[in-house]
Design a protein. Structure first.
Length: 270
């Protein structure tokens, strides 16, 4: 699936162990030239350097069309083209649902501000970046949207996050139809259980509320949940998501568009 000299823009990739960074590593390993964006410059630059000299960083707000238009212009000035956009930027559902909504599990107990924050961080990011960058994507290019298995069905503990990610899935399919005449393919990935900052927060919460977890570390709690709920028996990694993103962007997927695949070890069908 060689992507030598293809030019790729990945949003929300500033965390060194995050999904965006894993996706960037996979594209760089296939020979692509990669620009990663995020809101903070220092960790973004460090992440880019740690991945490859084929990766550079740029501060940009994925939820702001003007900011992302500048990012596109920057990438065009460097390489003269954009082949792939990966809409990865988003804020973990647990961070917003439990912190901003007052640590409630009720859908209707959320504040307007918490609900709106999800739409901005997890849905508008995908829309705004696509609106700003897609006019510059070369024919036969690709857009890959990162949603979540939370968007595939009811998620009582993550109501706003799940709704926003369901919106990403719907937007993916709509945009696939709109961009098909330009032979730009649009597909979606729904990650499952990955060890992230948001999951560490949830494990800490479980530790105080479930007696069975009282003497376990947050990581041990996460591993127990993975073993219990994942048919294939293992957690997912950022590179698991990245490998599918690379496939979507490759010529091998030239007739695939509007599709949604969960990378979750079978959890969504169990």
């Amino acid at each position: 699936m060689s992507l030598v000299n293809k030019v790729v823009l990945i949003t929300g990739a500033g965390r060194p162990n995050g999904i965006g960074a894993g996706i960037a590593r996979c594209f760089a390993n296939e020979g692509a030239k990669v620009l990663i964006t995020d809101l903070e410059g220092a960790p973004l630059d460090a992440t880019a350097r740690a991945i490859s000299d084929r990766v550079t960083g740029l501060v940009a707000d994925a939820a702001d069309q003007h900011s992302m238009a500048r990012a596109a212009e920057h990438l065009l000035s460097l390489h003269g083209r954009i082949d792939v956009l990966v809409n990865n930027a988003g804020l973990g559902g647990l961070v917003l649902d439990f912190e901003e909504a007052g640590k409630t599990e009720s859908v209707l107990a959320m504040t307007d501000a918490a609900w709106d924050a999800h739409l901005v961080s997890n849905l508008r990011t995908t829309f705004s970046s696509s609106a700003a960058v897609s006019p510059h994507i070369a024919q036969h290019g690709s857009i890959v949207n990162i949603a979540s298995i939370a968007g595939l069905g009811p998620t009582p503990q993550l109501p706003a996050y799940g709704a926003a990610k369901a919106g990403v899935i719907h937007f993916t399919q709509t945009l696939a139809i709109e961009l098909a005449p330009r032979r730009i393919r649009v597909n979606c990935i729904c990650p499952g259980l990955l060890w992230t900052r948001a999951w560490e927060m949830l494990a800490s919460r479980m530790k105080t509320r479930r007696p069975a977890f009282a003497n376990m570390t947050e990581r041990q709690i996460f591993e127990a949940i993975v073993a219990e709920r994942t048919p294939l028996g293992g957690e997912q990694t950022p590179e698991d998501i990245g490998h599918l993103a690379v496939f979507y962007a490759s010529e091998k997927a030239r007739m695939i568009t509007g599709q949604v695949i969960a990378v979750d070890g079978g959890r969504s069908v169990a």
